[in-house]
Design a binder for this molecule. Structure first.
Ligand SMILES: Cc1cc2nc3c(=O)[nH]c(=O)nc-3n(C[C@H](O)[C@H](O)[C@H](O)COP(=O)(O)OP(=O)(O)OC[C@H]3O[C@@H](n4cnc5c(N)ncnc54)[C@H](O)[C@@H]3O)c2cc1C
Length: 287
């Protein structure tokens, strides 16, 4: 199949009609920072591209009740600059800032980062920590689904070819809740995460009422670290408890990456990066 057309639809309805018309032959392009590489490497072979990069309906960041909604075609640069993300989720801004180079951040989108489903995608750990949902649209209507439920493996995401990711939503952290993002990469400017963590923590009466830990690049996909979360729930988050939890995390990573060349490095590194992520999340709690 050869690429024969690039459409620039005027609105979401037209995107959905094109997706329905071309089915497996059509592919959405947003910033193109992942897709163009896939095209060049012939990893994909669409006949038609549907360009959503400038669709206003898919852009922007807004408050809806207690939720923050981010349009799928919002770029990382836009997320870094927006008053809502800057005030309510500095950890998400930090994750956006850590991505690629200024050129990449000016074009790459949150929706593309999710749909590309790289195990090392930097948005995913912090969005998992926020328990984010994604909103998928097709000609039949729309459905909301937890991000955690659609991530299936390296490059594998449970989104049909006729579905458009239209926006991401999550509850804005409130008093008593903290959020952090930490990333350990090798190269400075264009580092792809070697380990990334997002931590959400809610403290009540000095104890950990809720915790969500999203991790990247230590599994075949970004995941929630439920075993480590279970350890912390109900405990007072003292230095000793955090130390014990980080050792548990180390053991988990050791078992998971036992046959991987990067296993030993990641097992060593996880302790420090997790301790920092926990302490940073706690330090962001407002009372
Ligand atoms: C030099 C370089 C450095 C990079 N550094 C990092 C880094 O540090 N951290 C990191 O996480 N990533 C990094 N990336 C990867 C990339 O920039 C991100 O994954 C980016 O967020 C992808 O977004 P995009 O808009 O460019 O997606 P595109 O390339 O346009 O699309 C990616 C995939 O998602 C699909 N898609 C896009 N939007 C939608 C939608 N709304 N609905 C349904 N499907 C959709 C496309 O069909 C395609 O399959 C880097 C890439 C490069 C080239």
């Amino acid at each position: 199949m050869a690429l024969r057309e690039v459409y620039k639809p005027k609105d979401i309805t037209e995107v959905l009609q094109l997706l329905d018309k071309y089915k497996d032959k059509g592919k959405i392009i947003a910033g193109g920072t992942d897709l163009i590489i896939d095209l060049k490497e012939r990893a994909i072979d669409p006949e038609v591209l549907i360009d959503i990069a400038t669709l206003e309906e898919l852009k922007g960041i807004a408050f809806k009740g207690s939720y923050i909604e981010i349009g799928a075609a919002t770029t990382f640069a836009e997320m870094m600059d927006h008053v809502i993300t800057k005030e309510k989720t500095p950890a998400l801004v930090k994750a956006a800032r850590s991505i690629g180079s200024p050129q990449i951040r000016n074009t790459a989108t949150i929706g593309g980062n999710i749909c590309n489903a790289s195990p090392a995608a930097d948005m995913l750990p912090v969005l998992l920590a926020l328990d984010a949902s994604i909103i998928l649209k097709d000609l039949e209507g729309e459905k909301t689904i937890l991000l955690e439920q659609v991530l299936k493996g390296k490059g594998k995401i449970d989104i049909e070819r006729n579905q458009l990711l239209s926006y991401v939503k999550f509850k804005a952290p409130v008093d008593g809740e903290g959020l952090s993002f930490e990333k350990l990469g090798f190269r400075k400017a264009l580092a792809i995460a070697k380990i990334a963590l997002g931590v959400f923590v809610e403290v009540e009466n000095n104890k950990c009422k809720e915790i969500r830990i999203g991790s990247g690049a230590i599994h075949n996909r970004a995941i929630r670290e439920s075993k480590i979360e279970d350890y912390f729930r109900g405990k007072i988050l003292s230095d000793a408890v955090i130390e014990e939890g980080s050792e548990l995390f180390q053991e988990e990573v050791r078992e998971r990456l036992i046959n991987r060349s990067s296993g030993e490095f990641k097992r060593e590194a996880i302790k420090g990066i997790f301790t920092t992520a926990m302490k940073t999340a706690l330090s962001t709690i407002k009372s």
